[in-house]
Design a protein around this ligand. Structure first.
Ligand code: S3P
Length: 444
């Protein structure tokens, strides 16, 4: 039996509160993986202690790398680009983490035996061919032409540099190619549709890898010189904007509340949610802007605001809000007017089919919604929506973002909600329920 939460009351007043969300998931996973390839000791503070990051840690330990961890402090003793120890019949299970699975696959060269990579039910339905294709060009071998987990990987010591065009706008694909490029004998050239930029910022500002970055109008050019060892490093991980987004929308759609969220990563390749909600009239404000090793951070301030307007979203914003669309759909369902979203086929390739789940949940709430071109949505907003019905949300492949979205809908719109798989938020945001409760949410 899965654990269930019950929510029967909207959230009440939490005016002028201030919170910190957990550390950024993308940066935490990158810290664990990249420090394992460095030479010497690396230390992170405020590392996210979620199931996805723990999956990365467990796998890196299985490759013979020492990792000490105490609360959110993490120490990794890297052994350089060729320092992994590959045992026979090695199995790396990355649980629910697409980022860890795709990035770790790109790190397995110089292996003596086939390494098996696998994951949970949700991860096993996700496409791996998007990284297998470029990794094969580097000379990494894959058994049996499989495009889904489990896969078996075996890599030679020396990889061939490649020229690659990344068309999906996927940071995971871009990063897999960039990490394999570290062991290639020469210059790897990448042309990619824009996506989150954490890997390139870490390469340039933290690992000091010889890298050339060029921004064109519609894509980025990245060139990396391979076979340069790098030293261990220190890294302070800021709060995760994807986690903060649940509290941004909670505040926005609830009554007469305001909230500060401290020390959040606001890399422009991640702040689509703020730009989009502000275009809808949200008036989210940014204070205390700082920069740390190329990554901008700030405090975010948000007030309740029911006077929101619909949006016809330009798809150029899609990748910078890729994990926040369920929340954006929820806001669109409360606005004046009809909102339109296009080119979102990537959403159905996440931990669950998020585009289809967005439609399903909005329909349950009696919101008029239509799928367009099989990869977009039209949402007829209703600012006077009052919900009294009972809802049951289940069988969503334990997708952490579906769980958290459902709790925000329950706490802002009302109705009686029974939400299954109640521990899956620990995939990305272990303090989620605890923080909700400090704001007064009544959750059983
Ligand atoms: C991530 C990239 C995104 C995002 C995922 C984390 C990353 O996926 O959905 O949660 O850390 O690189 P894609 O950019 O590959 O679509």
């Amino acid at each position: 039996m899965s654990k269930v939460v019950l929510i029967k009351n909207k959230i009440e007043n939490f005016k002028k509160k201030s919170i910190n969300v957990d550390g950024d998931k993308s940066l935490s996973i990158r810290f664990v993986l990249l420090s394992s390839l460095s030479k010497g000791r690396s230390v992170a503070s405020n590392l996210l202690r979620s199931e996805d990051v723990d999956s990365a840690i467990k796998s890196i330990r299985k490759l013979g790398i020492k990792i000490k961890i105490k609360n959110d402090y993490c120490e990794v003793i890297g052994k350089g680009l060729y320092g992994f120890n590959y045992k026979k019949n090695l199995v790396l299970n990355l649980g629910n983490s697409g980022t860890s699975a795709r990035l770790i696959t790109s790190m397995l060269s110089n292996t003596n035996y086939w390494v098996k990579i696998t994951g949970d039910k949700s991860l096993k339905r996700r496409d791996m061919s998007r990284i297998i294709k470029p990794l094969k060009s580097f000379g990494i071998n894959f058994k049996n032409n499989r495009s889904k987990l489990p896969i078996w990987v075996k890599g030679p010591k020396l990889l061939k540099p490649i020229k690659y065009t990344e068309n999906l706008g996927s940071a995971q694909c871009k990063s897999a190619v960039m990490i394999a490029a570290l062991k290639a004998n020469g210059k790897t050239q990448l042309k990619c549709v824009q996506s989150r930029t954490h890997t390139e910022l870490m390469f340039k500002n933290v690992l000091k890898i010889p890298i050339k970055l060029e921004k064109k109008k519609n894509f980025d050019i990245i060139e990396i010189d391979g076979m340069n060892e790098f030293r261990g490093f220190n890294y302070k991980i800021p709060g995760d904007i994807s986690s903060a987004s649940f509290f941004i929308v909670l505040t926005l759609l609830s009554n007469k509340n305001s909230l500060s969220i401290k020390n959040v990563n606001i890399n422009p390749s991640r702040t689509g949610i703020i730009k989009i909600l502000n275009m809808m009239g949200a008036q989210i404000k940014i204070f205390n802007k700082k920069s740390y090793k190329g990554e901008p951070t700030a405090d975010i301030f948000i007030q309740s605001n029911k006077r929101l307007k619909a949006i016809n979203l330009n798809p150029k914003f899609n990748s910078s809000a890729i994990d926040e669309f369920l929340l954006i759909f929820l806001v669109a369902s409360m606005c004046r007017g009809i909102s339109t979203f296009k080119n979102l086929s990537e959403l159905n390739k996440k931990e669950s089919k998020r585009l289809d789940w967005g439609i399903k949940i909005l329909k349950m709430m009696n919101i008029k919604v239509k799928k367009i071109n099989n990869n977009g949505l039209k949402i007829w907003g209703n600012p006077n929506l009052k919900i009294k019905k009972s809802f049951e949300i289940k069988k969503f492949l334990k997708d952490h973002r579906i769980f958290m979205l459902s709790t925000i809908a329950a706490l802002t719109l009302g109705g009686k909600w029974k939400i299954h798989d109640a521990s899956c938020f620990k995939t990305s945001f272990p303090k989620y329920l605890e923080i909700l409760k400090t704001l007064g949410a009544k959750i059983k």
